[in-house]
Design a binder for this molecule. Structure first.
Ligand SMILES: NC(=O)c1ccc[n+]([C@@H]2O[C@H](COP(=O)([O-])OP(=O)(O)OC[C@H]3O[C@@H](n4cnc5c(N)ncnc54)[C@H](O)[C@@H]3O)[C@@H](O)[C@H]2O)c1
Length: 257
């Protein structure tokens, strides 16, 4: 990653910040974008001149396009685009305000399309790659996650579509789908956290660094033959059918007859 130019959206917090730390440690120059200016400043204070900060709101197409152009203008190229910014939203369809649907779709899904359109010529020039942060909520559905489920499913198939269309020009496009990760996005009541973690085979939340490591792998030469894939990093939760732990249900722990 030495001197590679890496644009990361949603870089001020959680998975994006962990990803920025990882790329800087690997010698990359990071163009860190976020709507949260003060959060970006904290990252720049921590990581120093390897990070260039850029404030942009991913719900606004013009700001997304300016972000990509500014990265190339200021740092001279684009080798890796990490589309990571995202927001959640909790409501069943009938209760979901259409304006909220549009806001979340814009940030979580449209922004990746907008960024890809303007970034692709630069990625073709650098034979670079894209990594999109999707979610296990894009693979199956959750109660009350209507718009998030829809947007993240879109991210996974947009990843495949982009991968097919640009593979022959040397650009790889992949996604990572985290399960429950300990970041400000997943703060919840302790009782809910306990219930949630009890459903994860590894019985814990993941760490932002555990997602950043997979993003770094997908962006690296070690993944040079991987494109159009969605790598799930979830402590095993999507390996489960949802059926009860039958041996765990018996007093002896053995299979009941
Ligand atoms: N934490 C989890 O459990 C989890 C699980 C699956 C997927 N994800 C995905 O991981 C990604 C990163 O989330 P995180 O957990 O690090 O959350 P986070 O809240 O810590 O970080 C998200 C960042 O995105 C930024 N952001 C929000 N709206 C924006 C906008 N309109 N324009 C620009 N930036 C904006 C925020 O300011 C923040 O810095 C998201 O796409 C999220 O959906 C998270």
């Amino acid at each position: 990653m030495k001197n590679k130019i890496v644009l990361i959206t949603g870089a001020a917090s959680g998975i994006g910040a962990a990803t920025a730390r990882n790329f800087v440690a690997a010698g990359a120059k990071v163009f860190a974008s976020d709507v949260n200016k003060s959060g970006l400043q904290v990252l720049i204070d921590e990581l120093g001149e390897a990070v260039t900060g850029h404030q942009a709101d991913m719900s606004d197409r013009a700001q997304v396009e300016t972000m990509v152009a500014s990265c190339v203008e200021r740092l001279g190229a684009l080798d890796v685009l990490v589309n990571n910014a995202g927001v959640g939203s909790l409501a069943r369809a009938v209760d979901l305000d259409p304006d909220e649907w549009r806001r979340v779709m814009a940030i979580d899904l449209d922004s990746i399309f907008w960024a890809a359109r303007v970034a692709m010529p630069h990625l073709i020039a650098s034979r670079g790659c894209m990594v999109n942060t999707a979610s296990i909520s894009g693979i199956a559905a959750d109660y009350g996650f209507t718009v998030y489920n829809t947007a993240k499913a879109g991210v996974i198939n947009l990843t495949r579509a982009l991968a097919l269309d640009y593979a022959s020009q040397g650009v790889r496009v992949n996604a990572v789908s985290p399960g429950l990760i300990e970041t400000p996005l997943s703060v919840m009541r302790p009782a809910l956290a306990e219930e949630w973690e009890s459903r994860i085979p590894m019985r814990r939340k993941g760490k932002a660094e555990e997602i950043a490591a997979v993003i770094a792998f997908l962006a690296s030469e070690a993944a040079s033959y991987i494109t159009g894939q969605n790598i799930v990093v979830d402590g095993g939760i999507t390996a489960h059918t949802g059926q009860p732990d039958v041996p765990g249900f018996t007093s002896t722990g053995s299979m009941p007859r």
